[in-house]
Design a protein around this ligand. Structure first.
Ligand code: UAG
Ligand code: ATP
Length: 486
């Protein structure tokens, strides 16, 4: 594409050098820099992309988009200065891939919890009715027969636009995309033409270094999605629903407790862990969701609301929803007789609390909870997870969960220091997550429920910047076979 065309809608402060040049791709990491590309210098949380302009030049790049002064000189350079390079990256990526979001129905899902579950339920329900749907989110990017791993829940704008283009070209009709607050803050979803925005819920999370400075900032970032979208679907029961409504253009609401446009009634929660189906009615129609707790119903309501808007019949929605499952979300392994193992991505207070509270109602002999907490970020979770697990578990096993460059033992010690006095005697610690899973299985007895929390679908452990292969499911199956002879 000609550079003049690529930057035609960019808000440019200053430009030097020639613009009548051919551009074959866009890069924002010098490691991928090559001839005939534009390098966009992003100011990151760890380093500043402007420091890599020379590296990109050495690799052959001659066109740079920057927001600061740079030392780079040369008569062959085109230097475009803008106020915000993240917004510029989103802008030119949209232009480069010919605005694909205008040719596909885009559903953005935001909220502290439920994004992955709702987006995958939507995909499975639509696919089941013959409407091709793609997903972008924590578990990866999925469309047609493609499955691409993601580092971020909401990838960089360039990647979103690139995969949107591929989806449109592959005749995908709908995209269900998780929109994280960091994604909004980092302008990764700017210039996307959202048809629907779904609000699941909001509680304090992702606050701290490298994320949001305050809860208010987190709320504000989330709420921006609703002004970007044509139509919003909002959880009426959530305390923050008013802020989302204020930002919405047109909206409808869903609920369990308050009055709303789509209210779940006659809810029957599962009475046994071996069959976790929840039944409920909406407008006198019975629906089933493979989940438990109120949150399972809230997630299902999001799916019903958006699928109705997309024109699916009640029967189509019922059929699709009743079959929907998501890897690592309330995934139950019934491999040890009378001792179910639940693998769940719960890694903050709300999600772990929800699961443990719901399990408690099923009256297990004991709840054995294994978890850790991420290194370097969201440090408040260490206190919250310790407190919530102390409240509902009989036995606690604290271990590692993506420590990255932080010392694993000190994270574990910090968690343990917040476990309640009465639960300390029933608390074990293992730096190695495999040892922790082994211990949980070793001490389990018939009637217990084991909860392996935090990693869900993840197939790695992030240690010192390296993703080493690790899967809770694989380890649980392995040690159940060895210890319990299953
Ligand atoms: C803290 C943070 O947000 N970091 C994100 C950031 O990573 P980064 O550390 O590589 O950025 P950086 O190192 O400061 O680099 C700045 C710029 O220099 C460039 N660079 C860097 C090195 C080099 O040699 N050459 C070079 O050009 C980089 O490509 C980048 O453009 O940019 C990367 C690429 O876009 C992201 O993958 C990465 O997300 C990390 C993995 C992360 O943990 N992000 C979290 C906070 C996050 O975004 N989470 C949300 C979910 C949470 C929520 O619900 O809000 C998500 O959507 O995933
Ligand atoms: N609507 C909900 N409300 C509260 N908790 C939920 C909800 N839906 C799912 N959960 C719990 O939170 C965990 C994470 O769910 P899910 O991955 O769908 O949320 P998410 O918003 O994508 O999370 P994250 O931002 O951590 O990626 C689930 O495994 C479940 O324990």
């Amino acid at each position: 594409m000609n550079l003049q065309k690529l930057i035609k809608t960019l808000k440019i402060q200053n430009i030097t050098g020639k613009t009548d040049v051919d551009i074959q791709d866009i890069v924002y990491n010098s490691k991928f820099a090559r001839e005939n590309t534009v390098f966009v210098a992003l100011v990151g949380m760890s380093v500043d992309g402007h420091n890599y302009i020379q590296d990109a030049y050495d690799e052959g790049v001659r066109v740079f988009i920057v927001s600061k002064e740079t030392d780079i000189k040369g008569c062959d350079i085109t230097l475009i200065t803008v106020e915000d390079t993240r917004d510029a990256l989103a802008n030119i990526s949209d232009v480069f891939f010919c605005s694909p979001s205008k040719n596909i129905t885009v559903i953005g899902i935001t909220g502290t919890k439920g994004k992955t579950t709702v987006s995958n339920y939507i995909k499975q329900t639509l696919d089941n009715s013959g409407i091709n749907c793609g997903v972008i989110g924590t578990n990866g990017i999925f469309f047609a027969d493609k499955s691409i791993k993601t580092v971020n829940t909401t990838p960089e704008s360039y990647e979103i636009q690139k995969y949107l283009r591929q989806m449109v070209d592959e005749d995908i009709k709908v995209l269900a995309m998780e929109v994280s607050s960091s994604g909004i803050m980092m302008k990764r979803v700017n210039y996307i033409d959202f048809d629907y925005a779904i609000f699941t819920n909001l509680t304090p999370d992702h606050i701290g270094e490298k994320e949001h400075p305050t809860f208010e900032h987190y709320v504000k970032c989330k709420s921006q999605l609703f002004s970007m979208s044509k139509y919003s679907i909002i959880n009426q029961d959530d305390e923050k629903s008013d802020i989302m409504k204020e930002n919405a253009n047109e909206y409808m609401t869903y609920s369990i407790d308050k009055e709303s446009d789509l209210k779940a009634e006659k809810i029957i929660f599962p009475s046994s862990i071996s069959n976790i189906k929840t039944y409920f009615n909406v407008d006198n129609q019975e629906y089933i969701v493979n989940s438990f707790g109120k949150f399972g119903v809230y997630n299902a309501l999001c799916v019903i609301a958006v699928c109705k808007k997309l024109g699916l019949s009640e029967l189509q929605i019922k059929n699709g929803l009743s079959k929907a499952h998501v890897k690592g979300r309330l995934q139950i392994l019934n491999i040890i007789k009378d001792t179910p193992i639940i693998i769940d991505y719960a890694h903050n207070e709300v999600s772990l609390g929800n699961i443990l509270k719901t399990i408690k109602v099923l009256n297990p002999k004991r709840i054995i909870t294994m978890f850790g907490s991420i290194g370097e970020r969201a440090k408040h979770r260490r206190i919250e997870l310790a407190e919530v697990s102390s409240k509902y578990s009989d036995i606690i096993i604290v271990t590692s969960d993506n420590p990255d460059k932080e010392d694993m033992k000190s994270i574990i010690d910090e968690i343990v220091s917040h476990i309640s006095e009465d639960k300390l005697k029933n608390t074990y610690t293992y730096i190695n997550r495999e040892d922790a899973i082994k211990k949980a299985i070793e001490i389990s007895q018939a009637g217990d429920i084991i909860v392996l929390a935090g990693k869900g679908h993840e197939e790695y452990q992030l240690i010192n910047g390296v993703r080493e292969h690790f899967s809770d499911e694989e380890q649980a199956v392995k040690w159940a076979k060895i210890i319990k002879n299953v």
